[in-house]
Ligand binder design. Structure first.
Ligand SMILES: [Zn+2]
Length: 431
């Protein structure tokens, strides 16, 4: 087998790796480049193979940085099957339709997403599937519902792609399945240089109790898929145990509503099915304009969960605009805030963001962040994932900022993993 590294080598996003199997070329993940200023240009760059030459794609999970380029690939001539788990297939459709709405018509449209959806072949975890003279299977990797690592075998050789790895103490999901022995391991390293700090229970409970006791308005900016469903489950659980703190909670995000349905449908894959089902049914969803109008006049105690998680757009802004003069209101940011985003600027003290082309929002309330929420394995957990692997195996680190990859490599070398590499774009490995 021959691997060509492409996306997520010099940065975290845009995951794309080509694998030449005995009978054709496949692509592992097909992500969008997000964040850097030249992201749009990078997303339109030519790939090393023509889309028509690629025989199949395997998607590890639904996040845009692993899947968001798929409709573009289809639009440009890719006609083969797209393999992923049944949950990923459902979440993909929701996320890609939203992405099409936000992207340029030239790049791809909702119609391209529907064609992409028709090429999906869902397969369950641990189901061995033949593909182009090789065999592959998906195994659970935690992270978000349905996320997988990929194991590929051909000619007595084995390669494992970690996909994004989840934490070992995730409140909803089982821990990632440990890595098997393999000739080559391609591993994510988002938190390769860091140990996670803080306690998400404590941070969330302090927020919930403060809103209730002091009759405040709390606005939670959350990613619509996975983070929101985790928050809903944790809030539901907290209110069960502390009914004295229960206040009205409203969701305002159509995508959040759709993703919650998928979490409910596949709740058996979580560690607490009963909790997830109850939580997905519990909270009010803002559906109509008149509900929004009546909400605008409300004072606390009240909690609103809306997206986007980094304040880059979405309906969360209308809530910030509405309560911007309420000094007691709290904006809670329970997620990573990327460099250059308004969320990061708010955490660093900025209080003004554009609302629309004419108006700005000047937030006078409080801003609370929490670093404890993360759906990625930290450095210790990445090392734990490798504990069954021979120290002589070849390990390639991708999907991390340079410093994170260098620190993880250093740590692995200290632990006597001898063959750790940081591939660059277009690097090739033969297995
Ligand atoms: Zn991810």
């Amino acid at each position: 087998m021959k691997i060509t590294f492409w996306g997520a080598t010099d940065q975290v996003t845009g995951s794309k790796t080509f694998v030449e199997l005995p009978e054709g070329i496949i692509l592992i993940d097909c992500g969008l480049v997000q964040g850097p200023e030249n992201a749009d240009k990078q997303n339109l760059e030519n790939l090393p193979f023509k889309p028509g030459q690629i025989k199949a794609v395997i998607i590890t999970h639904a996040h845009l940085d692993h899947s968001g380029y798929l409709p573009r690939l289809v639009k440009k001539g890719f006609e083969g099957p797209i393999y992923c788990t049944p949950v990923t297939a459902k979440l993909l459709k929701i996320i890609l339709l939203d992405s099409a709405k936000l992207s340029d018509e030239e790049f791809y449209t909702q119609q391209d997403v529907m064609v992409t959806d028709s090429q999906i072949k869902s397969i369950n975890w641990n189901h061995k599937t033949s593909l182009l003279g090789a065999q592959f299977e998906l195994i659970p990797s935690g992270h978000i519902l349905g996320a997988s690592s990929v194991v590929i075998k051909a000619n007595e050789k084995k390669i494992i792609f970690s996909g994004d790895l989840g934490r070992f103490d995730d409140p909803l999901l089982p821990p990632p399945e440990l890595c098997h022995e393999a000739n080559l391991i391609v591993m994510e390293s988002t938190y390769g240089g860091k140990l996670r700090h803080g306690d998400y229970h404590k941070d969330l409970h302090t927020f919930l109790a403060t809103v209730a006791q002091e009759s405040r308005v709390g606005i939670i900016a959350s990613f619509a898929v996975a983070r929101a469903q985790m928050l809903m489950s944790l809030i539901f659980d907290f209110y069960q145990r502390h009914p004295e703190y229960k206040v009205r909670v409203i969701l305002d995000s159509p995508m959040m509503k759709e993703a919650s349905k998928v979490y409910k449908q596949f709740s058996a894959l979580t560690q607490n099915q009963h909790l997830v089902v109850s939580a997905m049914e519990e909270f009010e969803v803002l559906e109509h304009e008149r509900e929004w109008e009546s909400l605008q006049k409300k004072s606390g105690p009240l909690i609103i969960i809306s997206s986007s998680g980094m304040l880059t757009g979405g309906r969360v802004k209308r809530h910030l605009a509405n309560w911007q003069n309420d000094h007691k209101a709290i904006l809670f940011l329970p997620g990573y805030q990327g460099e250059g985003t308004p969320g990061r600027a708010f955490l660093e003290g900025e209080r003004t963001i554009p609302f629309n082309e004419e108006e700005n929002i000047h937030w006078t309330g409080e801003v609370w962040g929490s670093e404890a929420f993360s759906s990625h394995a930290d450095q210790a957990e990445l090392i734990r994932w490798l504990e069954n692997v021979d120290k002589k195996s070849t390990i390639c680190l991708v999907h991390g900022e340079n410093l994170a990859k260098i620190e993880l490599k250093k740590k692995l070398n200290e632990l006597h993993y001898e063959n750790v590499f940081i591939p660059k774009r277009e690097d090739v490995k033969l297995v």
